[in-house]
Design a protein around this ligand. Structure first.
Ligand code: COA
Ligand code: AMP
Length: 631
């Protein structure tokens, strides 16, 4: 009998233990759980308490043991180097087991942290799964972050080993990862014992004899090792994400709940069957990469693709279609910004026509709001359902989606569809009153969250409670605002904190402001996310200078742009700043960033009643006009 969304959703909320226990039975456990959900210490809920498992076993060995060892697990397709490689489940298991042996022989044990700072190459996945195999906790840092950001993460999670590569390739630019890594270690107070560097021929790195080993050297003499059973609630990974304080938050994910939720999502949210090819064009440095390049597809026995390229320029806007055609992709997941980039270069979809996409079934978009124009363009050109779905690093998988494996519902443009089973989503006002259909408010999720969502923040339980669990006791605060319509469709409209979304990358304006204020001539700063046709939003900085500064303004602007690039990274896409006399503030001194953003985007706004001096807004408008906004 076909599944009904209403039934599945109701069971998941009314009887979560029964619902998730039956999903967990599809995976391998060394020891069955004592309790499906341990609620004894809220808000620290633990799924499958007492159960013992191993995530690496479930992603690789299980398929080999079940007779699928010769099926393709991983395809590496790198248009920037011209390399294509395929690995069966057995081959990938063997690579992982050997690298796990190399880590173990160098003293890495269950619970130790390993930072992975790598481009999109197979070794990034091998390193992640090798950690999972021996119960070590990986923390992948996105390559577009600069040394300072990497150093902050080193100091926070104190890795025994860092695994990196000599370089990354961004279209035709070679990025010297080793230089960035060396500088990060110099900046960090905590020093890792060993760095393992995958040498790439595009740029070979020089090694620090006392600390560094090449990938090949690390494998010399290593023996493959078996999977180490871990507790269901033992951490699998830490993934840092932008927080409101400027200091990144280390989201901690468990083993048991994570694997159950991701496997379930592959079948039920994405509607993919084992053996099919599923491709998420993201980066392993982001949560999308963790969940849907690495863990989800492999847990479900799908072929996954490591794509080292961009939607355009590697070499053309047809690369996505080439890959879907060549590797027989059934379900594809990317960010709306990638589609905007393709649409800009190939508005008529000429490149789509060159490929046979007959096996391609569904396109999923997430990471930022999918604008209806982009969805309609993709739907028209590809003739497949285009599904917007909403999630966060913290949840690790979709909170709202049009679940293709349960009962696909109608698509409503601008909505991420309905709550996914397991998530009890509500919209509330500041007094914690639930709002009526269509009324906009804070989006919260009633505790307990389903399996796979964050356990806590690394070594910061109090920060976890303060950030997510204290504003509305009993509920998880998503920091997204929006509404739910009469059919249960969720519309995500904006963030309620200082997070902006630049090309699907999550950034904190507070962190950029902190960098701007480091400049000796800058007294005060504000950063807003201004609308951008390609990237959705881009940061724009406002600088108030110290009195008496006579440095030419264009020089100061050039310097602060360099600062942000050097300290946060190129991924911030911080390219525009203006100098103003004052910032608009409320009488209590709060900077009116929301009003500034509306002016930049030429949106209507009401004059804030508490504004200190309304005339400042004219100056802000003129400054924005000088760089092409507020037209
Ligand atoms: N290592 C080093 N540098 C990186 C990097 C990495 N892994 N990823 C990005 N960068 C650099 C880029 O080279 C660029 O540098 P530049 O300022 O010197 O040009 C800068 O960071 C900004 O990168 P990006 O935002 O990716 O811009 P882009 O112009 O190179 O590409 C898009 C624009 C839309 C094509 C690109 O953002 C894209 O493919 N987005 C898909 C969205 C996505 O994968 N989101 C992840 C979450 S789902
Ligand atoms: P990240 O943690 O990087 O995945 O970013 C999470 C944030 O991205 C969410 O809190 C939202 O603000 C935004 N986001 C992700 N997916 C969507 C979506 N489908 N629609 C609207 N916003 C989204």
């Amino acid at each position: 009998m076909p599944l009904s969304y209403d039934n599945e959703y109701r069971t998941s909320i009314e009887n979560p233990e029964q619902f998730w226990a039956s999903a967990a039975e599809k995976l391998h456990w060394y020891r069955t759980w004592d309790k499906v959900l341990d609620s004894s210490n809220p808000p620290f809920y633990r799924w499958f308490a007492g159960g013992k498992t191993n995530t690496c076993y479930n992603t690789l060995d299980r398929h080999v043991d079940e007779g699928r060892g010769n099926d393709i697990a991983v395809i590496y397709d790198s248009p920037v180097t011209g390399v294509k490689q395929r690995f069966t489940f057995r081959e990938f298991r063997d690579e992982v087991a050997l690298f796990a042996g190399a880590l173990q022989s160098r003293g890495v044990r269950k619970g130790d942290r390993v930072i992975i700072y790598m481009p999109m190459i197979p070794e990034a996945l091998i390193a992640m799964l090798a950690c999972a195999r021996i119960g070590a906790i990986h923390s992948v840092v996105f390559g577009g972050f600069a040394s300072h950001e990497l150093a902050v993460r080193i100091d926070d999670c104190k890795p025994k080993i860092i695994v990196s590569a000599s370089c990354g390739i961004e279209r035709d630019k070679v990025i010297d990862y080793k230089r960035l890594l060396d500088f990060a270690i110099e900046l960090a107070h905590f020093k890792p014992e060993i760095c393992i560097i995958r040498q790439r021929e595009q740029l070979r790195a020089s090694l620090n004899e006392e600390r560094d080993l090449t990938w090949k050297q690390a494998l010399l003499g290593a023996e493959p090792v078996p999977c180490v059973p871990v507790e269901s609630s033992d951490p699998l990974y830490i993934l840092y994400t932008s927080g409101t304080t400027g200091k990144p938050k280390g989201v901690v994910r468990d083993n048991g709940g994570h694997m159950v939720a991701l496997k379930w999502s592959m079948e039920n949210v994405y509607g993919v069957k084992p053996g099919e090819t599923y491709w998420a064009a993201s980066d392993v440095g982001w949560v999308v990469g963790h969940s849907y390049i690495v863990y989800g597809p492999l847990l479900n026995g799908n072929t996954t693709i490591i794509f080292e390229g961009k939607p355009v320029g590697t070499p053309d806007p047809g690369v996505f279609w080439r890959i879907i055609h060549e590797h027989k992709v059934s379900v594809f997941f990317t960010a709306p910004t990638a589609f905007r980039a393709i649409k800009k270069e190939d508005p008529n979809g000429t490149f789509i026509e060159k490929y046979d996409l007959s096996g391609f079934r569904t396109l999923f978009l997430a990471g930022e709001r999918a604008d209806p124009d982009t969805i309609k363009w993709a739907q028209e050109k590809l003739s497949v359902p285009v599904i917007d779905h909403w999630w966060q690093t913290e949840t690790g998988w979709a909170i709202a989606a049009n679940c293709q494996g349960i009962e696909p519902g109608p698509i409503k443009y601008g909505s991420a569809s309905k709550a996914v089973p397991g998530y009890n989503v509500r919209v509330v006002n500041q007094n914690m009153e639930e709002l009526k259909d269509g009324e906009m408010g804070d989006i919260v999720i009633r505790n307990p969250l389903p399996p796979g969502t964050m356990l806590t923040l690394w070594k910061a339980d109090n920060h976890f409670i303060e950030s997510y669990m204290s504003k509305y006791p009993g509920y998880y605060l998503t920091s997204d605002a929006g509404y739910i319509d009469e059919d249960g469709y969720i519309f995500i409209m904006s963030r309620t904190d200082d997070i902006i979304n630049v090309a699907g990358h999550r950034l904190s304006t507070g962190a950029i402001e902190a960098e701007l204020c480091e400049h000796p001539d800058v007294a005060e700063s504000a950063v807003i996310g201004a609308a951008d046709e390609l990237k959705g939003e881009v940061p724009v900085g406002f600088l108030v200078l110290k009195s008496g500064v006579d440095t030419p303004h264009n020089q100061i602007i050039k310097h602060v742009i360099e600062y942000v690039r050097e300290n946060i990274g190129p991924v911030a896409s911080f390219k525009q700043a203006v100098i103003v006399q004052r910032l608009p503030k409320t009488r209590s001194g709060k900077i009116l960033r929301g009003t500034m953003r509306k002016i930049a985007n030429s949106e209507e706004y009401t004059m804030p009643a508490t504004i200190d001096d309304p005339a400042i807004l004219d100056e802000i408008r003129e400054a924005l006009q000088s760089i092409g906004y507020a037209q």
